[in-house]
Write a new protein. Structure first.
Length: 116
């Protein structure tokens, strides 16, 4: 099993930056990609960004250019740096990991609130 623990959420003002962290433990050898998803109130969970072990990245259109996902393979941690935050970025952000069997593992989420 894979355990994921997110940190770094909080309340910020529009235009500010935030960095989310996700530490993976357990069967980390099986992980081949990690990512961040978010779910705003009343909306479906959506992809924010993802990264493979080799560093290939993919971003949602509305965060592209404002966010950077990175992975520290030595410490099994993935980061999401978000800049120029907007009120519409307010959501619970979930860390996810995909293993070699294409099974998804999820963290419990961290709340990001952006005030206008």
């Amino acid at each position: 099993q894979v355990q994921l623990v997110e940190s770094g959420g909080g309340l910020v003002q529009a235009g500010e930056s935030l960095r989310l962290s996700c530490a993976a433990s357990g069967s980390i050898f099986s992980i081949n990609a990690m990512g961040w998803y978010r779910q705003a109130p009343g909306k479906q969970r959506e992809l924010v960004a993802r990264i493979t072990r080799s560093g290939t990245t993919d971003y949602a259109d509305d965060v592209k250019g404002r966010s950077t996902i990175s992975i520290d393979n030595a410490n099994n941690t993935v980061y999401l740096q978000m800049n120029s935050l907007k009120p519409e970025d307010t959501a619970v952000y979930y860390c996810a990991a995909r293993d070699m069997n294409y099974e998804a593992h999820w963290g419990k989420g961290t709340l990001v609130t952006v005030s206008s």
